[in-house]
Ligand binder design. Sequence first.
Ligand SMILES: Cc1ncc(COP(=O)(O)O)c(C=O)c1O
Length: 410
Amino acid sequence: MSIYRKIEESQTLLINNQSKNLEGLQKKVFKFGFGQSPFLPPVQVMEALKANVHRKEYGSVQGDPELRQLISDFHFKVNGLKVAADNVMIAPGSKILIYTILLSFKKADVFIPAPAWVSYAPQAKLAGHNIIPVGTSFAKRWRVTPESMENAFAKKKHEVSIMILNYPGNPDGLTYSKPELEQIAKKARELDILVIADEIYGLLSHNNEHHSFANFYPEKTITTTGLSKWCGAGGWRLGVALLYEGIEDEFKKALIGIASETYSCAATPIQMAAKVAYGNVENALEFSRRQCHILAKVGNYCYHELVQSGVKLYPPEGGFYLFPDFSNYIEKLNKAGIYTSSDLCERILSETGVALLPGSAFGMDENQFTARLSYVDFEDPLQKTDFKLERDCPKMIEGIQALKNWLALL
Ligand SMILES: Cc1ncc(COP(=O)(O)O)c(C=O)c1O
């Protein structure tokens, strides 16, 4: 028996390494596995970071008070959320904030939709919680419904229930309508569930419309967001949690306590740059609109091409992912010796150079033949006066065509 915790390197980072190895062998790789924004942060935000390199001091654990106020104002204007600056928490990424929230509870049932982002389940496991998957299906657009919540809830073992709801979604690229959110909120209220609404892609909703879950369930929703996606600054590590009004004292103390004993604070120069990012709502919205215009074009190109090949897929609604379902190819795949979503992605990578992440990394059954495709293998086109898919995203086109040819030859 090993004395170590069994926790594997995050699959998203792993595929990036495998792709790099292939590139090292001079093979062309289409990097549709790793989801990182292709866009540079706005110039004035980068300038602010440069101007603040001398800010070497530790900051407050909860985050710079002025920045917390700006974030509070920002999400009021953009999402209609009323969160006092005192209930804003800033950290080096929203990932560590989700983990901090989970760690604040001694024992909980954590309801995680399948498919969902790769890190929720490992984080819940590390925090010692009981993971209960919330089933979804292609027919239901991979969405959580009151019925699926109810079914999952029947397996509840502990007093505390936490559900993580992420939209626009990673890995599915889909979002929820207002009526859907209202229904989920109603059920969450009935079942007394703490909801972590992971809205990190909220500003990348392609039609520029995003309804925050906390508007429907204000009493027990913590919204997580940050600079990683809409501001193109994943590596800067700035995440935000918007706590709910009237949050229990003990809970908040646990959050701040864990933060103070682990990451201490977000980097001070990054927080200074974040003041510029959050300080001008119009600039932020305009920047998001320009990205969404491009992302929608690229995502829809991939969607239309793959659907033509018989892949089951929904048109993208936000962020930069698609979640193709290859189950129409099941017989052909089996004949080719492919029995799992991991086999599928390995074979596609080695035979076409197209890197995808298997659905199993997102909590799906291995035999379901799903995968995540990130459509961001292109250079930032925002500095150009216009956007042309053929000119600006040649690798997206080549990679999608390679995937289609591979399917045709099965
Ligand atoms: C759904 C989802 N949630 C959270 C994160 C983490 O973001 P951050 O960079 O703020 O830690 C990611 C990053 O890939 C993500 O895709």
